[in-house]
Write a protein that binds this ligand. Structure first.
Ligand code: HAM
Length: 427
C-alpha cells in the first residue's frame, strides 16, 4: 500500500456525530436569524485580494500575515476568504441591494473561511463562521440592538447557558483620531523596545497595538490611555443607550475599553462573546459596527453592523448534555431496513424503497453479501423500526420484522403499491 495521505494541518474532517451537531447548530442559528428578518446569502469562497486589503485593512494580522493566496496563472490576484463581512458588502454593492426600499438589509451566512494561523485548540486554518450583516444608510439604535441581541441570544440558545459579553465603543471618526494621537504620544518613548509588529502597527494603525499578544507589550498596554476617556458626548450617549438596553434585557456584559478587535473596519460599537466555562477557547464570536467599509470598496455611503461566531468554538463549548439532546432531536433513525438474501435478485426491493421514500419515509439497506444476523445488527445500529427481509424460504413474500418488539409478519409481493401502502400505515 502506498503512504496514506492525511488532511492538511489545521483542518477538520466532519463526519458522524460531529457533522450532525454542526448541522444542528447551523440550523438553530439560521432559524434565529430568520426570526430577525434576515435572509441567507452566500458569496464565493475566493475573492480578489484587494477586497480584503481595502475592506479589512492592511494593518490587520488577517490580511498582512494570514491570507491563503491562490495561484491563478496571473488572471487576477485571488485569495481564499479570511472572513465574510467584506464579501457580503461586495455582494450588496454588486447586486445593488442598497437600492432596496426595504432597509436595513439583513443577511446571514455560514461557511468555511481560511486563515494561515498556527493551529491549536480552537484555532484552525480552515474553520467555519456563522454570521449576520445588517446594512443601512445609517445604522440606528434599533438595528444595533437587534444585531447585538441576536448575537447574544444565538450563543445562549446553542450552548444553553449564560455567556460573557464584552463590549466597547470605538467612537466616531473624531473621537478615534483624538484617541490615536493620545496612544501615539504614549507609545513614542517606548517604541524601540516594542516588538517589530507593534513598531509597524504604530505607523499603520496604532489601535492594533492594544491587541498585541507579546508579554512585554501587554504589560505596557495596561498603562495605555483608554478610549472611553476620548469619546465625544454623542458617542458616550450611544454607548449609554446600548448599556441601558442590555440592563433592561437582563443581559450581563462587561465594558472593556481595551477591546479593539483584530480587523480595521470597526468604527462604533464592538463586541465579543466568551463562554465562562471555556475561556481557553478565546472568543466564541466577534463583531461590531463599521462605518466606511462599503465606501472603501467602491459602494455607496452605507454603514453596517454584524457578527460572526466560530462554529468550531461553539461545538467545542457544547456540554455533553447539550450534545446528547441535539443528537436525539436530530434523529436519523430509519423507518425501514431492506435485507435481500435471495439467490436471484429482482428490482422489487428498489421499487418498494423508492415508493416509501417518495412518501417521506427513511429507508436504508445492507449490501448483498451480508448474512441475516449481521444485517439485523446493522438495522439495529441505524435504529430501524422495521426490517424487510426478502429470502428464498418465503418466495413471493416479504417478512416484516418489528425491530422493537422482535415480532414478524409477512406480506405478498405481487402488488408493490399495495405493499407500500400497508407499510406506510405501520409508521
Ligand atoms: P473575527 O473575530 O476575526 O471576526 O472572527 C470571528 C470568530 O471566528 C472568532 O470570534 C472565533 O470564534 C472564530 N475564529 C477566528 N479565527 C479562528 C481560527 N483560526 N480558528 C477557529 N475559529 C476562529 C470576523 O471575522 C468579523 N468578520 C466578524 C464581523 C462580522 N464583524 C462584523 N461583522
Amino acid at each position: 500500500m502506498s503512504d496514506i495521505i492525511v488532511k492538511p494541518r489545521g483542518t477538520l474532517d466532519y463526519l458522524g456525530d460531529e457533522m450532525k451537531l454542526y448541522d444542528s447548530v447551523q440550523s438553530e442559528l439560521s432559524k434565529m436569524a430568520v426570526s430577525y428578518g434576515a435572509i441567507k446569502a452566500e458569496p464565493p469562497i475566493f475573492e480578489e485580494t484587494r477586497l480584503f486589503v481595502r475592506g479589512v485593512g492592511e494593518s490587520s494580522d488577517i490580511v498582512s500575515k494570514e491570507m491563503f493566496g491562490l495561484n491563478t496563472k496571473g488572471e487576477h490576484d485571488y485569495v481564499l476568504r479570511p472572513e465574510f463581512t467584506a464579501g457580503i458588502n461586495r455582494l450588496s454593492i454588486e447586486n445593488k441591494l442598497y437600492a432596496s426600499p426595504d432597509l436595513p438589509i439583513k443577511m446571514f451566512y455560514c461557511g468555511p473561511v481560511f486563515r494561515f494561523e498556527r493551529p491549536q485548540k480552537g484555532r484552525l486554518r480552515e474553520f467555519n463562521q456563522f454570521g449576520v450583516e445588517f446594512l443601512d444608510k445609517k445604522i440606528d439604535l434599533l438595528t444595533s440592538l437587534d444585531c447585538l441581541i441576536l448575537y447574544y441570544r444565538g450563543g445562549e440558545k446553542v450552548l444553553g447557558r449564560d455567556l460573557k459579553l464584552r463590549i466597547n465603543y470605538l467612537g466616531s471618526f473624531q473621537s478615534r483620531e483624538n484617541y490615536k494621537k493620545a496612544l501615539k504620544d504614549f507609545y513614542a518613548p517606548h517604541l524601540s523596545q516594542m516588538c517589530p509588529d507593534c513598531q509597524r502597527r504604530y505607523n499603520e494603525n496604532v489601535l492594533r497595538i492594544l491587541d498585541c499578544k507579546v508579554e512585554e507589550d501587554k504589560e505596557l498596554n495596561k498603562d495605555a490611555p483608554l478610549i472611553t476617556d476620548y469619546l465625544l458626548p454623542e458617542d458616550k450617549m450611544q454607548l449609554e443607550q446600548v448599556e441601558r438596553a442590555l440592563d433592561e434585557l437582563n443581559i450581563g456584559y462587561e465594558l472593556d475599553p481595551m477591546l479593539v478587535r483584530g480587523l480595521d473596519y470597526y468604527t462604533g460599537l464592538v463586541f465579543e462573546l466568551y463562554d465562562p466555562m471555556n475561556m481557553d477557547l478565546g472568543a466564541l464570536g466577534g463583531g461590531g459596527q463599521y462605518g466606511n467599509l462599503m465606501k472603501e470598496i467602491g459602494g455607496p455611503d452605507f454603514e453596517g453592523i454584524g457578527f460572526s461566531y466560530g462554529m468550531e468554538r461553539l461545538l467545542l463549548a457544547l456540554s455533553l448534555e447539550r450534545k446528547n439532546k441535539m443528537l436525539e432531536e436530530e434523529t436519523t433513525a430509519m423507518d425501514f431496513f431492506l435485507i435481500d438474501l435471495r439467490a436471484d435478485k429482482d428490482n422489487k426491493p428498489v421499487i418498494l424503497a423508492d415508493e416509501l421514500r417518495s412518501n417521506g419515509l427513511k429507508v436504508a439497506s445492507s449490501s448483498y453479501g451480508k448474512a441475516l444476523s449481521g444485517a439485523l445488527k446493522m438495522a439495529d445500529r441505524l435504529h430501524s423500526r422495521y426490517s424487510l427481509i426478502f429470502d428464498d424460504y418465503n418466495p413471493g413474500k416479504v417478512l416484516i420484522k418489528n425491530m422493537n418488539k422482535r415480532t414478524q409478519d409477512e406480506y405478498g409481493l405481487e402488488d408493490i403499491d399495495k405493499l407500500a401502502n400497508h407499510l406506510c400505515g405501520l409508521i
